[in-house]
Every structure is written in C-alpha cells, then in structure tokens.
Design a protein. Structure first.
Lengths: 318, 246
C-alpha cells in the first residue's frame, strides 16, 4: 500500500486538478450572471466591512456640516470606500449623494453614476435622486430628464418620478404651455390605457401601482385643466391681435386641439367652461373661479338628488 | 479504512470535547444577536447587519477550523505521536485523511449549530425565516473544506507557524483570484484554475441584498471546493509520504 501510494496520489491529483479547473470555470461563468464583483475584496469580508464603515460614517455625518466642501469631500471618499466594498449598497449611494449634493453636486452625480453602472442594482431611488440633484442643484433639465427616463423604467417606480420627468421635459421646452399640455396628456393617456394586466406591455409604467391611484390621477387632471385654460386664454389673446392668416389658423387649430383634449379627458363629465375643472351635483357656480355653471343632479325645486326622487320634496329629477 | 475512521473519530471527539468551544459558539451567537440593538447606529439596517454578521461568523469559524488541523497535526509531530501511530499498520495517507475528516466533521457540527442558532435569530428579527442564509452556510462550509485542505497540505512540509500564516494568506489572496477569470493572458487562465478560489464560495453581498442565487450555483461552487481539496490532499499525501518523521 505504502509503495503504491504516491502513484495513486499522483493520478488522483491530476484528475482532481482537471476537475477543479473545469468546475471553477463553470462556477465563474454562472456566477458572473448573478454576482456583482466588488472593487475591493477584503478577503471575503467586504460586505461586513461596508456595514461597519456605514456605522462609523453615520457618526461622522452627524458630526460635521456636509455643506462645507472639505467635509463633503471627506464624506464622498468614505461613501466611495463603502460602495467599493459592497457595490449593491443602494442606501450608501442614495444617501451619500444627498449628503454631498449641496457642496459638490457633480461628485454626488458621479457617485450615483457609479451606482447606475452596477448592472445588478435595479433601484429606482438612484436615478430619481440623480434627477433631483441635476434639476435642483445643477439646473440641468437635460441631465435630469435623462436620469428620470431611466428611473421610470425600473420596477416599483412611484408616480412622482413620472411627474418629475414631465417637469424636467417641460423645462426642456421652456415650459411652453401647449407642449407641456401634450406631455401631461400623453402621460395621462398612457396611464389610463395601462390596466393591471397590461403593465408588461408598457415597460415604462411597469410596477407603478401607486400611479394608478386616484391621488395621482387628480393631480394630473388638475394640471391638464390649468394648462388647457392657459393655452386657450393665450391663444385667444394672440388671435385677437394677430393679422397673419397662417398664424391665425395655427392658433385656431391649437384652441380646437386643446378643446379636443379636454373633451377626451373629461368626456361625459360636468366641467366649468372657463377653468375646465369638474364641479359637483347641485353646484351653480364653479368653486375655482366663480363662473356660472349649469347645475345637474337636482330636482325642479333645486334640491340635490340622492336617487330617482328628491328626498326633500318627492319630485323626480329635471 | 477502519484505521482512517479511528483517526477521524479520535480527532473530532477531542475537538468536540473542548468545553471552551461551546462557550465560543455561544459568544458568537450573542455577537450576532447584538445586531438587533444597532437600529439607530445603522439607520435602520440592523436586519442586514445581523445577516452579514451571521455570514461572517460562519466564515471565521470555517477558517479557524482550517487552522485547527494545522495545530493538531503539528502537535502530533511535536509529541512524536505520529511516529508511534505510523509504527502500527497505518498508512501516512490514512493518517492525513483521518485528521482531515475528523476536523471537517467537527467543523460541520460547529457550522450546523451556528447556522441553526443564527437562522433562529434571523427569524426572531425579521418575523419570518431567511432561507437564503442556508446558502451562505453552504458557501462557508465549502470555504472551510478548502481552508482545511490548504492547512493539511502546508503542515506536511512546514512547521505550524509558517503553515498558519500561509493558510491565512491563501484564504485572503484566494478571494482575489476570481479576477484572473477575466484575464486575457493564458497564464492568468491557468492560474485561475490552479490557485485556490475562495471568491467562488462568497454570496454574502448578493444574498444580503436580496438577489436570487440559485442552488445550482451553490452546488457547483461547493463541488469545486471539494474537488480542489482532493487535489490539495493528494499533494499533501505525496509530500507527507516523503517526509522524514524521525
């Protein structure tokens, strides 16, 4: 046994080595599609080290004002280290960028760009934060729109990110009312068309469950009404002064298009002819601008109806 | 084969009979449980901290197990126990494999106790189980097998202190060899297959951050660790066969 041992061991060694080479390559190949390699390995303790650094950094964040450039630079280095140790640490990117955004907005965006480059990290908060910083600190609508376009394609992105994107796009067109109205109408159209079963077909709205909530819809409708009123008022004012027939036709078309939009948005509903906002049953004047409106849902005596007959005078509706 | 089992049983019985070991395991579980108190200090990330601390505890215990075999074999040599044992009809390979298997068995029991304890803590912390922790535990087990294999190989031709230092070094550097997979050079590709690759057994960050890691990948990685350890033990057997024990 003893004399044969090295030969057996050599054969086993060769076979095991070949097997381990093959298995390591298979594992590395499969792993590359799932695992995000860290920039710093830290002997396999990178994730834990990043947690410890986070705890330490939490103390530092409270100790100094991140509005000072040197403090912001120090914080940025620390956040870089944490995210090098754990590239999937979404909170570190997001909160780090928000911390240093005031003193060093470009560095904040660099940190968020680093997060966006991490393929496995699909967190809508990262591009939304980047869009916010680009819009608020750098006043760059183009960069903000680019980030927010990425955000709205990510799962679970809330409706306010969609609205932020429209505000950024509105700035790109210098807030020209008719162009902005079209942006909101497109959004509303997409929103209305997207039923729960159709989310997959419209990836840019995927997962935006909150967006289908009534609150978001009311906000969008209010904005559409406000802009429509502005477009029609501006167009009518220009039309009165305009002498060029081509321009007059253009303005007339714009008014008609806006009215069509209002018709599509509020089709079959009772709206004020001036401000294009809904009014309730029994209202005689618009609650927003005091314009007289045609009442509905009232009996001949003017009482608000709750059914087929008036609960106060017993008469049928008008 | 009986000789191998006898060596294995003696080794793991001796390790598991150490009372300090259970105290150490209890302290490690307390350290993991202490993460619960870190809500404010981590800004609400105490659940992730507990998961990460648990995974690190398993990795450390696995690594220490790799060092136990170094000290155990070194002690046998120092006390000339090896000479006594090998004077009986016992092969050197059986001795080495018995030591390896005994340490792995004891390490597996330790990891199982810790995994059960940490899983219970995670259940209490999250209000529901974290089954993915089991994947981290399998990764830690694979790393333990490989670290023990390296320890066995090194102690066959080195004394204990250099063997311990080199085992630790191999564990540390073994996490960086994954980069060689992307290497354009042939030598890099060869080194990737030949050098120990502990990074293939690391899934802590992905599991902690909620990314799905398939069991097939865990199985492949653990299979790699086992096969690579066989290669290490073969080299160890060859070197130990030629070593002068007198």
């Amino acid at each position: 046994m003893k004399t044969n041992l090295p030969k057996t061991a050599i054969v086993v060694l060769i076979l095991a080595l070949l097997g381990s080479v093959w298995l390591s390559r298979c594992a590395a190949r499969d792993r590359s599609s799932i695992v995000q390699p860290a920039r710093r390995t830290a002997a396999g303790f990178g994730k834990f080290m990043s947690q410890l650094s986070w705890i330490r950094l939490t103390q530092l964040r409270g100790a100094g004002s991140a509005q000072e450039k040197d403090v912001a630079a120090m914080l940025q280095r620390r956040f870089e280290t944490i995210t090098d140790l754990d590239p999937l640490f979404a909170d570190a990117y997001e909160q780090g960028a928000m911390d240093i955004a005031h003193a060093a907005p470009e560095d904040a965006l660099r940190l968020l760009d680093k997060a966006l480059a991490v393929e496995k990290l699909r967190n809508w908060k990262i591009p939304v934060t980047a869009g916010f910083i680009a819009m608020r600190q750098l006043k760059s609508a183009d960069r903000a729109a680019a980030y927010l376009e990425k955000a709205v394609r990510l799962p679970d992105c809330p409706s306010y990110a969609h609205r932020m994107l429209i505000y950024a796009k509105a700035q790109q067109v210098d807030n020209e009312p008719f162009a902005v109205l079209n942006l909101w109408t497109d959004y509303l159209g997409a929103r209305e068309r997207t039923g729960p079963g159709e989310l997959g077909a419209m990836p840019f709205l995927a997962g935006a469950g909150e967006m289908r909530s009534g609150e978001d819809r009311e906000r969008v409708l209010a904005r559409v009404s406000e802009l429509s009123q502005q477009v029609i008022a501006d167009s009518q004012a220009q039309l009165a002064k305009e002498s060029d027939p081509a321009r007059k036709t253009e303005l007339q078309t714009r008014i008609e298009q806006t009215q069509n939009i209002i018709g599509l948005v509020y089709g079959g509903q009772h709206i004020c002819a001036k401000c294009f906002r809904k009014y309730a049953a029994g209202d005689r004047f618009c609650a927003h601008d005091g314009t007289e409106v045609a009442p509905y849902g009232v009996c001949p005596a003017g009482h608000v109806m709750h059914g087929s007959f008036c609960h106060l005078c017993g008469r049928a509706a008008k | 084969m009986n000789d191998l089992f006898t060596i294995c049983k003696t080794t793991y019985t001796r390790i598991l009979r150490t009372r300090a070991l259970y105290l150490l395991l209890a302290i490690l579980l307390l350290i993991v449980a202490a993460a619960h108190l870190y809500h404010d200090l981590t800004m609400g990330r105490e659940k992730e901290l507990m998961f990460d601390t648990g995974a690190v505890v398993l990795a450390v215990v696995g690594l220490l197990t790799g060092l136990v075999v170094v000290f155990d074999v070194a002690r046998d040599m120092r006390e000339k126990l090896v000479v006594t044992l090998l004077s009986k009809p016992l092969g050197r390979t059986q001795y080495l494999l018995g030591k390896f298997a005994g340490v792995i068995w004891a390490g597996t029991i330790n990891l199982a106790i810790l995994t059960a304890g940490i899983s219970a803590l995670l259940y209490l912390e999250n209000g529901s189980g974290r089954p993915e922790f089991l994947k981290a535990a399998f990764g830690a087990w694979g790393a333990m097998v490989m670290a023990t294999g390296i320890g066995v190989l090194l102690i066959t031709f080195l004394t204990e202190i250099p063997a311990v230092i080199l085992t630790l070094l191999a564990f540390g550097l073994g996490h960086a060899t994954e980069r060689l997979y992307q290497s354009q050079w042939t030598i890099g590709s060869i080194l990737f297959g030949v050098l120990p690759n502990f990074a293939l057994l690391q899934f802590k960050s992905e599991l902690s951050n909620g990314l799905a890691v398939d069991w097939s990948l865990i199985g492949l990685s653990v299979a790699y660790a086992c096969v690579y350890t066989v290669a290490l033990l073969s080299v160890g057997a060859i070197l130990f066969h030629r070593r002068d024990l007198a």
